[in-house]
Write a protein of this length. Structure first.
Length: 186
């Protein structure tokens, strides 16, 4: 359930739909100043950030942001021993609303920042919007896809469309990055 939350996903992918290299880490080749600026602004406006344990965004405001770190290492909810503004959350053991309430948040925007398990989980919960950027000239063969559902040659766009989201216009950023906001049809 999503309660009084607006859920927005944020990802930059290679031309072949990957968010990380084969080693599971985001390479510098996917980091562009124009995209990073939009990303940081979006996260600063969010009430809660949802990410996997490898998806830490590492910006100046990161330690101050309230966040849910998705993990199977806890049965439901637990304090994050490394960050007082975070909770470790296992969605199989506790609801999204309860996880947010543990952070003192009962509504507002949840910014979903990955990885594939997290992006795919929120497909089922329902995105209101998904901001998908593509890095020009970057390919990551054998890399980590945005969504688990990308098997059999499906692109992130195919997965978003199958989830009922519609693409907006392509925005071209200063350094060649393209970004499309996918939104739920009214």
């Amino acid at each position: 359930m999503r309660g009084s939350f607006r859920i927005e996903g944020h990802a930059i992918a290679s031309e072949d739909g990957m968010i990380a290299a084969a080693n599971g880490l985001m390479p510098d080749s996917l980091k562009f100043p124009s995209d990073q600026k939009l990303y940081e602004q979006a996260l600063d406006q969010a009430a809660v950030i949802a990410n996997g344990r490898l998806s830490y965004e590492g910006q100046l405001n990161s330690p101050r942001r309230k966040r849910l770190v998705l993990t199977r290492s806890v049965s439901g909810l637990a304090p994050d021993p490394k960050n007082p503004n975070a909770r470790l959350w296992n969605p199989a053991g506790e609801s999204l609303e309860a996880a947010c309430a543990a952070l003192g948040v009962t509504g507002g925007e949840i910014a979903v920042v990955g990885g594939p398990f997290v992006f795919s989980l929120f497909l089922g919960i329902g995105y209101d919007a998904f901001h998908l950027s593509h890095a020009p000239g970057v390919r990551l063969p054998g890399g980590v896809p945005v969504f688990h559902e990308q098997g059999s040659g499906r692109s992130p766009e195919d997965v978003l469309a199958a989830a009922g989201l519609k693409p907006g216009p392509v925005q071209r950023l200063d350094d060649g990055v393209t970004m499309v906001e996918w939104t739920r049809a009214a």
